[in-house]
Ligand binder design. Structure first.
Ligand code: SAM
Length: 259
């Protein structure tokens, strides 16, 4: 059920941006895990989601991959700091071209990476990364990913989240039906989907800050981005009134490889 969204308090910005009010942990709790499973966490960034998986079950053998060297280094630092070295290994790798043998993993996860894959490789890259997940999964293995389908936005702030980042730098979420089509094409059946809410949204100054830092990060990996002023000219007034969603409503898709 949809919730009312409240603004993230001014002093709570950094904590919300990194922890998302425990959203990753709640999503991990909904994923089918078994002891000692081999898990590939794709587009892992600084290993936030990987760490939640390891916290939930320290026997999991997780490989966290990211296309960015800088992110892999950040993930390694985090994993050391949290004493998670025995659960999580890191590798620099593109989710659209996995350097693993077929049938290596029992679970592939992707928390909020498929919009980034879209930014760097377009919709075909998203399709390709789902096909690659199918290839490296064992028979009857699971692929679980978290997305923000724009057509399902329940509040203006959630709609603005999808529109502004797509306009600013091509960080684009596809309609849910498109991911389902790619899953079917790769030999998966969708077994479950769930909707998760944080009940929070960013205020205008937090939204500006986050947009600015996203635009800068994207430029550092040589992806085209519009200047913040251009984005604000188009969406600023609405954001001032409504706030900006930030993982406020997330859909988890749990799919199983057919054979
Ligand atoms: C939103 S961030 C990380 C999210 C992370 N899973 C978490 O727990 O919050 C998305 C990551 O995707 C990575 N990325 C973008 N395109 C990629 C690709 N083609 N293959 C692997 N990683 C990719 C980026 O470098 C970035 O670190």
């Amino acid at each position: 059920m949809a919730q009312d969204e409240t603004f993230v308090p001014e002093k709570g910005y950094t904590d919300y941006i990194t922890n998302l009010d425990g959203l990753r942990g709640r999503i991990v709790a909904a994923i089918p895990l078994e002891p000692r499973m081999r898990v590939l966490d794709a587009a892992a960034g600084p290993a936030w989601f990987s760490a939640e998986l390891a916290k939930r079950d320290p026997t999991l053998k997780i490989v966290a991959i990211d296309a960015s060297e800088r992110m892999v280094k950040a993930a390694e630092r985090r994993i050391r700091e949290k004493w998670l070295d025995s659960s999580i290994a890191t590798m620099k790798m593109d989710a659209t071209l996995l350097d693993f043998q077929p049938s290596t993993f029992s679970l592939v996860t992707n928390f909020s990476g498929l919009n980034r894959v879209h930014m760097t490789h377009g919709a075909q890259g998203v399709r390709q990364s789902i096909h690659e997940a199918a290839r490296v999964l064992k028979s009857r293995g699971y692929m679980c990913f978290a997305i923000i389908p724009p057509e399902e936005a329940e509040t203006i702030a959630q709609r603005l989240e999808c529109e502004t980042y797509s306009y600013a730098c091509g960080l684009t979420w596809l309609p849910a039906i498109k991911y389902q089509e790619y899953l079917r094409g790769a030999g998966f059946s969708l077994v479950k989907r769930g909707t998760f809410y944080t009940g929070k949204k960013l205020g205008a100054s937090q939204a500006r800050q986050h947009l600015e830092s996203t635009i800068e990060k994207v430029k550092s990996i040589e992806v085209g981005a519009r200047p913040l002023d251009e984005v604000w000219k188009r969406y600023g007034a609405e954001i001032e009134n409504e706030g900006l969603g930030h993982f406020s409503r997330v859909v988890l898709m749990i799919a199983r490889k057919n054979a």
